[in-house]
Design a protein around this ligand. Sequence first.
Ligand code: SF4
Ligand code: SF4
Length: 78
Amino acid sequence: MATKRRFKVLFNKEKCKGCEVCITFCPKKILCLDPEVNAKGYHPAGISNQEECIGCQSCATMCPDCCISIFELEEGEA
Ligand code: SF4
Ligand code: SF4
C-alpha cells in the first residue's frame, strides 16, 4: 500500500497581514486566522489540520506577501 504523502505548511507570522486570501483558496479548508495578533496588530494565518494538507501550493501561490512555504515530510518526520 502506498504511504500517504504528508506536508508541512509554514507561515511567516510577522509578515502576514491577515488578509485571508490563503484561507479562501485552500481546497481543503484547513487554514484559519490565529487568535493572537502579530507585532503589526494583525491576526496571522495558521493551519488547523496539518494532516489534511495535500501540498497543492494554492495558499503559497496566492499569498500576496509570500508568507507561506510548503515542505514535503519524509516518513516518520513531524
Ligand atoms: S498546500 Fe493546499 S491543501 Fe495545503 S494548506 Fe495550502 S492550499 Fe491548503
Ligand atoms: S494570504 Fe498571506 S498575508 Fe494573507 S492571511 Fe494568508 S499568509 Fe497572511
